[in-house]
Design a protein around this ligand. Structure first.
Ligand SMILES: [Cu+2]
Length: 164
């Protein structure tokens, strides 16, 4: 009998904990979801702003061109990534990727829908990253291949709020 009471109590308690956890989770992501849901409908009708970034260049220099990128929260973009060099390079900006809403990435005949965190471009490759900037902040960009960031393959990405 005591065992049953204890078990029931534990179940109710676990249930409460789970509910509380879910509530906390929802509270944490709700603003982002609301922002995404509220803005994407209208923004997907907006003509995207095109920005091109070159990973290295024809001279195989270790740099992003340009290496300072700026986006405005709530605006729609197409980020065109190109690699004109003879080596593969990465476009790695994970915090940035977590703070935008990715619609899709197009590369060749493939279109990938939804979130993405990092992109590797083989020599002569091109990709288009369609997204809406969401959360203002300063994010770092780098190519994580050993030696590349050290040689200068770094950059910064700023998302400013639409009021700025
Ligand atoms: Cu690189």
């Amino acid at each position: 009998m005591i065992g049953l009471v204890a078990k029931t109590f534990l179940r109710v308690w676990q249930c409460r904990c789970l509910t509380a956890m879910l509530l906390v989770c929802f509270w944490a992501i709700a603003p982002t979801l609301a922002l995404a849901a509220g803005t994407t409908g209208d923004l997907l009708k907006q003509e995207p702003i095109k920005v091109t970034v070159s990973l290295s260049n024809a001279a195989n220099e270790f740099k992003f061109e340009p290496n300072q990128l700026q986006f405005v929260a709530g605006k729609r973009y197409t980020l065109q990534l190109v690699n004109p060099s003879t080596q593969k390079h990465y476009f790695t900006a994970k915090d940035f990727a977590d703070n935008i809403w990715t619609q899709k990435v197009e590369a060749g005949k493939v279109e990938v829908k939804g979130a993405i965190r990092e992109m590797e471009l083989k020599p002569k490759a091109e990709a288009q990253w369609a997204f809406i900037a969401i959360k203002p902040g300063k994010y770092s960009l780098r190519c994580p291949i050993p030696g590349h960031a050290e040689a200068g393959m770094t950059g910064s990405i700023v998302i400013t709020s639409s009021g700025e």
